[in-house]
Design a protein around this ligand. Sequence first.
Ligand SMILES: [Zn+2]
Length: 289
Amino acid sequence: MAAATVFPEAPFVHFRRVAHPRVPNRWPHYRSDVLAKLAAKTGRELSTVTSDLEYTLAEPRPGYPEHHAVAAGALLLADQLDLGGLGFGYEMGSRWLGGGRYLWRFTPDNPMWSPHGRWGRLFAAAGVHLVLPVGGVSEAVTMRLALSSPLREQVRWCLRGTDGPCRNCGKCLYKELIQAAVERRPLDTPITADRPVARKYLKKPPYGGQEMIQYGLARVPGIENTLFAPALDYFDVSEESTSWLEHCYPPALEEIPARWRAQAAAFIEANVGLMTESEVRRVESWGSV
Ligand SMILES: [Zn+2]
């Protein structure tokens, strides 16, 4: 939704899973139907693509379509919709910091999302460029932008809840930490430290989305009295030491294809601001110290 806010005129293509006749659905609690309804409520021009493509994947097993697979519908509709690029909401953690999914270090040559990587070149060769309008800002910033946008009511990070985020899954816990930090309020979660989704914070880092864990530890009032307290032992964080996560890493704007760069840069400069030299070094030394 943050990426969509940068380009308010862009149409949406929603990739919606449908059942496969033979492969069982191992994640029936992932509510793609709820996301389809939210997409329809945005009022944007919307194409919903129904597909069982994800069931053809061996790894990851059928869950919810992700990564470049969600682009399949948009690629097939590219001529009809006259698309020149596909915007994704991947933020700095995924694009530049290794995300926690693959590795925890600065990744200028990220094979998934850099324009000069395998996928970026393949998409560009097909005439549909990968565009990451918010690739230079942290999840705290994308959350702030999304929640202060006209799309606020359709923001949803949980694939389980029907009337809102479920508040009980690991993703809801992680996002609650970020939202509490953004809103400068105490943590509000029904999850207790004995729950499996909370147990990882009793162990040593690295954690997925570690930069946002540090950001939350530095900013959420009363964090020392929550299930995140054990993680405080592993980091020496402060608002100052995490303030680089409130600004945009400039090379992320430079790598946006020229056709969309000026609009994205103007939005980011007006609503976020660019990193200083020392903040840029925080990004580029991530995982090496
Ligand atoms: Zn949830």
